[in-house]
Design a protein around this ligand. Sequence first.
Ligand code: 13P
Length: 346
Amino acid sequence: MTTTALADTARAIVAAGKGVLAADETPRTLTQRLAARTIQSTAETRRAYREMFFTTPGISEFIGGVILQDETIHQRSSTGTPLVDLLAQEGITPGIKVDNGARPLAGSPGERVTEGLDGLRDRLVAYREMGARFAKWRAVILIGEGLPTAGCVNANAHGLARYAALCQEQGLVPIVEPEVLMDGAHTIDRSEQVTGLTGRVLQAVFDALFEQNVSLEGMLLKPNMVIAGQHCERQASVEEVATATLRTLSRHVPPAVPAIVFLSGGQDHLLATKHLGAINQVGGPKPWKLSYSYGRALQDEALEVWDGRSENVPAGQHAFYHRAKCDSAAALGSYRTEMESEAASA
Ligand code: 13P
């Protein structure tokens, strides 16, 4: 596949007003989310849950790509169509999570490195045959006393770059996800320092991508927003988050990258929408599209409404449609808080 074709795929995923639904929780993580609402987790309930999102009427207006998990890419809808084909029929690009998760980094207590490079080329070939056109690999960076270390940042950057190069070799657009976690009590300033300047997370990632000959036009970046830790006493305002996030990205992300699709990272869904809206509304150069690749922030309301019951699927889909519509407006810079009540009652 040519680099032009990869760039076309990347741009299609984030075409005007579109973002990504991250529906790639592992069965273990999804089981925890379902258990928190006393919903039984079986391959069948997980399939029914995914199907609710994928068959939401009109959702392709706002969702250009869906990240699947290995279990889901093998599943079929209730009418027997492979879920991956269901998405493709709606004009939604199917993607696949290909990392094997973050494991303790030897020699660096408290830090983790994402694994999964062994055998990755073969897995990418198989996933492409099944219909996937993009992939995701998530690295996590923890802020703490003396953390992150350069060893952790560089090991994760190297993994992301090796993965991205393999994806492009096999004709898949890599979503490169270095996530500086919201866990902890750090301030927004510390988040900015780690994501950008002193922690060098983004810089290390782009250095590694350059070294591994990754085409920036044929990838998407999925970073955290610059935000205070969830236990920090002073939570930054929406405008502060927007300004600090944009400032950090403009220092480290080359304009050749077509789009930045943020993760929600544990933010409340409404705040995730507001932050994205503000990022697109504050002044300053924005050479890339700024959109979303949310997991929890797109799904939480629908999960609550659905509650594991088939009769609640239309209400769950309504909640998902509403959130995706608001996030889409935020990506276009036209989000207003009043949309919450307008769209909800539509
Ligand atoms: P959240 O938006 O829930 O953080 O999930 C996005 C994601 O894909 C994390 O890897």
